[in-house]
Design a protein around this ligand. Structure first.
Ligand SMILES: C[S@@+](CC[C@H](N)C(=O)[O-])C[C@H]1O[C@@H](n2cnc3c(N)ncnc32)[C@H](O)[C@@H]1O
Length: 213
């Protein structure tokens, strides 16, 4: 990694840690108003598979992991996130069943378990915040998945409004229709869907794809 890229990523990590120190306190109470499709992607996964080893990259406050713990009672769950404040909230959700989940507190930059790969990797509204770094994270995830394993992504897609994109960029979210092309190149699509939010102020997408052999 060159020095310039490392500095940009380190700056991004520090910014996100600081941002989520405050936002972790109001995250679960507020994000249902705009992070759409999170329950739906888990329903799609449930309809497709019963994964035994699950990783969520950028698991935040653990909402998705808690839902998957209920739907997949036999599964081993891992959540990685760079923001300790978010993981603190996530750990509380698993206080009664700490053995169900492993939390890893660091940026996802290297495969976590290439020798014991995951059957499912979920990225829920995390890739659009990884600027720079999202392409590397998708490549790493492909290396962390078992052959035929599922990559599941729900995230912001695009907006026709330049002012809205600028506003989102101020919050470190890139809304540029940039994720789906890379995902479809790296994984064999199983399902993909683009949906409007707030009458088309922005669109978000759901993607399920299989690791290519
Ligand atoms: C918008 S939140 C989404 C949280 C959760 N996935 C959800 O659906 O509610 C994005 C999360 O990704 C985490 N994140 C961003 N970049 C990351 C990286 N490079 N490695 C690990 N976590 C990251 C942030 O700290 C934050 O908790």
């Amino acid at each position: 990694m060159n020095t310039q890229k490392m500095t940009a990523q380190t700056g991004q990590t520090q910014w996100l840690q600081q941002y989520y120190r405050l936002h972790s306190k109001i995250y679960d109470a507020t994000r249902w108003t705009f992070l759409f499709g999170r329950n739906e992607i888990i329903t799609e996964i449930h309809n497709a598979r019963a994964p035994a080893r699950i990783l969520e990259i950028g698991c935040g406050t653990g909402k998705n992991l808690a839902r998957m713990a209920r739907l997949f009672p036999q599964a081993e769950l891992t959540g990685i996130d760079l923001a300790d404040a978010m993981l603190k909230v996530a750990r509380k959700k698993f206080a009664a069943m700490p053995q169900r989940v492993t939390f890893v507190s660091k940026p996802y930059e290297q495969p976590l378990a290439p020798d014991n790969p995951f059957d499912l990797i979920l990225c829920s509204y995390s890739l659009s915040m990884m600027n720079p770094g999202w392409e590397g994270v998708i490549d790493c995830a492909a290396r962390d998945l078992a052959p035929g394993g599922l990559m599941a992504v729900v995230d912001f897609h695009d907006s026709p409004f330049r002012a809205y994109k600028k506003w989102m960029a101020l919050n470190h979210v890139r809304l540029d229709a940039h994720l789906l092309p890379k995902l479809t190149e790296r994984f064999q699509p199983v399902t993909q869907k683009i949906c409007p939010a707030y009458r088309g102020l922005w669109t978000y997408f759901l993607f399920l794809g299989e690791r290519r052999a």
